[in-house]
Design a protein around this ligand. Structure first.
Ligand code: 13P
Length: 248
């Protein structure tokens, strides 16, 4: 049985003060959650959030990590820096990084390797654009992205990876994949993992859905057999909204 995982991706939102308040409000609302609960906050908020969630069931996440250990990489953060700040999870290859910041399948792979080697859990994002779905390329795209991201990992390292299926056309648009569409494509991703790592590893790995997931649609999505959780953008920015998703 795969334990569900609901993660909030706050993207570029919240100051340290606002971040601390959000998790303070969240703690009592999600304390009985049956799933893993993660908040992926901007790095400037780690120091404000970490002491507030200490000893609770909320885990700290980051939104990106560099693949080098240190050096002349202005603006980047290493996996060891994240670890030392109390981070447990890190989002890698979000479509916003692929679209706006030149992230490639190659760098997604390098970042994933660096993260798991440092003892972080990677949330690796894959997903097709609208025109790719319309042209019938969804399965090919998510298979390719998944295998490229993960192909250099060992089966053991894969145990520290969560995949997030985020159809780009569903992110921040209010459009959600139907329960069946999300389930079917996540099934394709699981097959892509089975082809590289075997059936056992594929049966174990958790695959989230992301894209306008919220209180009103979480139940249907989470009832699908392939869907093991959610990566939540907009609905993670208010404690009550996020709690509704977590307590699906
Ligand atoms: P929304 O929930 O705002 O659509 O964002 C999804 C997402 O990109 C999470 O990483």
């Amino acid at each position: 049985m795969r334990k569900p995982i609901i993660a909030g991706n706050w993207k570029m939102n919240k100051t340290p003060e606002e971040a601390a308040q959000l998790v303070k409000d969240l703690i009592p609302l999600v304390k009985d959650a049956k799933c893993d609960v993660v908040v992926c906050t901007p790095a400037v908020n780690f120091a404000a959030v970490k002491p507030v969630i200490e000893g609770t069931n909320i885990k700290l996440g980051a939104q990106n990590v560099h693949f080098k250990a240190s050096g002349a990489y202005t603006g980047e953060l290493s996996a060891d820096m994240l670890k030392a700040s109390g981070v447990e999870y890190v989002i890698i290859g979000h479509s916003e990084r692929r679209q706006y910041f030149g992230e490639t399948d190659k760098t997604v792979n390098l970042r994933t390797v660096a993260a798991v080697k440092a003892g972080l859990k990677a949330i690796v994002c894959v997903g097709e654009m609208k025109d790719e779905r319309e042209a019938g390329y969804t399965d090919m795209i998510v298979t390719y992205q998944t295998q490229m991201a993960l192909h250099t990992l060992t089966a053991e390292e894969l145990e520290n990876v969560v995949v997030a299926y985020e159809p780009v056309w569903a992110i921040g648009t209010g459009l959600t994949a139907t329960d069946e569409q999300a389930n079917e494509t996540i099934g394709v991703i699981r097959k892509a993992i089975a082809a590289k790592f075997g059936e056992e590893a594929a049966a174990k790995i958790r695959i989230q859905y992301g894209g306008s997931m919220k209180g009103s649609n979480v139940k249907g999505l989470m009832a699908q057999p392939e869907i093991d959780g959610g990566l939540i953008g907009g609905a993670s920015l208010k404690a009550e909204d996020f709690a509704q998703v977590v307590n699906f």
